[in-house]
Design a protein around this ligand. Structure first.
Ligand SMILES: [Zn+2]
Length: 102
């Protein structure tokens, strides 16, 4: 495994999201690579720092507004998806009708 490959898998390795084979390949790489060991240590330190940061729950009013906005966004996205599908169907139908003409 190269350092570039390890760097791609670094987050998943630290978060223990890799399958057994990929995790073993990462561990094998770390045996011989001080630079990637340093990256793992830095990532671990960052994770500990984030977990130690104070957590403040959002006020109920903000939570309600964000939830409402997300529901609206999902509705708009759904309508746009249907509109795009309808345009595609119309374009294909128009194209096939043109193809029917001599
Ligand atoms: Zn490396």
């Amino acid at each position: 495994m190269s350092c570039e490959h390890f760097e791609r898998d670094l987050e998943a390795y630290v978060d223990r999201e890799l399958d057994a084979g990929a995790a073993m390949a990462c561990r094998d790489h770390l045996i011989d690579c001080a630079e990637c060991c340093r990256r793992v240590a830095e990532r671990g330190a960052l994770g500990r720092l984030v977990r130690s940061a104070p957590f403040y729950p959002a006020p109920d009013r903000l939570r309600t507004r964000v939830s409402a906005q997300m529901r609206r966004s999902n509705s708009v996205r759904r309508v746009l998806s249907w509109a795009a599908a309808a345009v595609l169907v119309l374009a294909v139908a128009a194209g096939s009708r043109r193809g029917d003409q001599p």
